[in-house]
Design a protein around this ligand. Structure first.
Ligand code: CMC
Length: 434
């Protein structure tokens, strides 16, 4: 970040002295005004619920241009990474290290991740403590947090080697834990990882193999899963990433921080949207019901939203949605499901929404979740696990952001302020006077 020649001046209509504040320039994107001296100089805070105008950190990992509908990982457009950028583990390497790996680096990275795919055998007892019908996200919050009790040898956040080992462990073990959550929910035995398979193929093996029948991997489906993982790998300072950073700012260990991120991701306005989008399509049921549903969405009192539409940052078509739409066609074609009624319904709904004044004027476009649910369903992943797949993909983004924060000399414990509007100081009355 560099200092701009321009300064910002904050003046007050009551004649209090004005405050001059530096402006910093990033490599791309909006400049920021440094308000750190504001409280010390004026005794005032800024008010910004939802962080609509607040940059809480500087970062060199992911950049989104919401107006253009552009997403860059370490400068590379998501379209290029998804189409020509190799597999998900290459994206992981890029997010963690800042550069794409060469052939030797890739080989070594894959071998290291692969070496950590198994979880401690004791982990199965954590799973057995859950009800079989528990939501997989609650199981993942618990089991990922529990990893901290197994891997004491990588918990020193001030040791770069420990941070690296924790990062690899989390990336390697998430597929195993997500697949275990699924197997537990359907009462099948846990399936151990197979290290001769690729990251995505191994995940499908752990999900769909049984001791009686091995799962035959299908290249098109494995590629589709890999693309889902690449598209969801990081997304700048969204709610769950900010949660991971805030949890980590206190010095909490990485497993606890990622568990906090998973908890945040679970919400329907964030990672839970793919599950909600598919449930919405199922509820609408047929193309004939779309006008009625759109009318409900427009009625502010109904509380109904068009799930999979709209985004805090994208005010244009989400670039991930375009790629996911393409994958959706490929997968449905491979499985002979071109006439899938839910996909047809989604296409019709998208067309109507994109032409409707309500959505056009608010710049509401489909986001990645509008299509990812249909793809995941076609891959055989149950709806309740969709957000778990998102968590699996986002783990690398969370951990890259966490590592970046820990090594940032400007990092401080996160401590937002408030505008207090409650009762002023008062005395406790005796119980008979209340
Ligand atoms: N359906 C209907 N109206 C909507 C929607 C929607 N999906 N999204 C926003 N609006 C309306 C909203 O009511 C408001 O209207 P008005 O100006 O008349 O009050 C206007 O559009 C602006 O919305 P906002 O609530 O200020 O936007 P936001 O930036 O706070 O919310 C959002 C972003 C993603 C929470 C919201 O668009 C939403 O709830 N979408 C549905 C859930 C969803 O698909 N989430 C997945 C996001 S992508 C995955 C990820 O990155 O996590």
């Amino acid at each position: 970040m560099t200092n701009s020649e321009t300064k910002a001046t904050l003046s007050f209509s009551d004649g209090s002295p004005a405050l001059e504040m530096p402006i910093y320039k990033g490599s791309i994107g909006p400049d920021v005004i440094d308000i750190r001296k504001l409280y010390g100089s004026t005794g005032m805070f800024t008010y910004d619920p939802g962080f609509m105008s607040t940059a809480a950190c500087n970062s060199s990992i992911t950049y989104i241009d919401g107006d253009k509908g552009e997403l860059l990982y370490r400068g590379y457009p998501i379209e290029q990474l998804a189409v020509n950028g190799g597999d998900f583990l290459e994206t992981c390497y890029l997010l963690l290290n800042g550069e794409l790996p060469n052939a030797d680096q890739k080989k070594e990275f894959v071998a290291t991740v692969t070496n950590h795919t198994m979880v401690h055998e004791q982990m199965q007892f954590f799973f057995r403590g859950f009800r079989r019908d528990a939501h997989p996200m609650s199981v993942l919050v618990g089991t990922v947090g529990a990893l901290a009790s197994f891997y004491h040898d990588s918990l020193d956040i001030n040791d770069p080697h420990h941070r690296e080992v924790s990062a690899i462990r989390l990336i390697a073990k998430m597929p195993t834990l997500v697949a275990m959550a699924y197997k537990y929910s359907i009462g099948q035995p846990f399936v151990y990882p197979r290290n001769d398979l690729s990251y995505s193929a191994n995940f499908m093996h752990m999900m769909f193999s049984t001791p009686c029948e091995p799962y035959k991997t299908n290249e098109v489906l494995v590629r589709a899963l890999d693309r889902i993982l690449i598209l969801h790998a990081d997304h700048e300072q969204n709610a769950s990433t900010s949660t991971v950073r805030l949890a980590g700012s206190s010095g909490a260990n990485p497993f606890a921080c990622i568990a906090a991120g998973i908890a945040c991701l679970w919400g329907p306005a964030h990672g839970g949207a793919n599950e909600a989008a598919l449930s919405m399509l199922e509820e609408i049921g047929s193309v004939d019901n779309i006008p009625n549903f759109i009318a409900q969405v427009k009625d502010k009192n109904s509380g109904v939203k068009l799930m999979g539409f709209g985004h805090r940052v994208y005010k244009n078509y989400d670039p991930r949605a375009k790629l996911m739409r393409e994958t959706c066609y490929e997968v449905l074609q491979e499985l002979g499901l071109q006439d899938d009624p839910l996909f047809k319904l989604a296409m019709a709904l998208e067309k109507i929404a994109l032409e409707d004044e309500y959505f056009v004027s608010r710049k509401l476009y489909p986001n990645v979740d509008f299509y990812s649910g249909i793809v995941q369903r076609a891959l055989g992943i149950p709806t309740a696990l969709f957000t778990g797949i998102f968590a699996l993909a986002r783990t690398v983004g969370w951990i890259a952001q966490w590592k970046e924060m820990i090594s940032d000399p400007e990092q401080k414990i996160g401590r937002p302020r408030q505008l207090f509007v409650g009762a002023a100081k008062r005395d406790v009355p005796p119980i008979d006077k209340r």
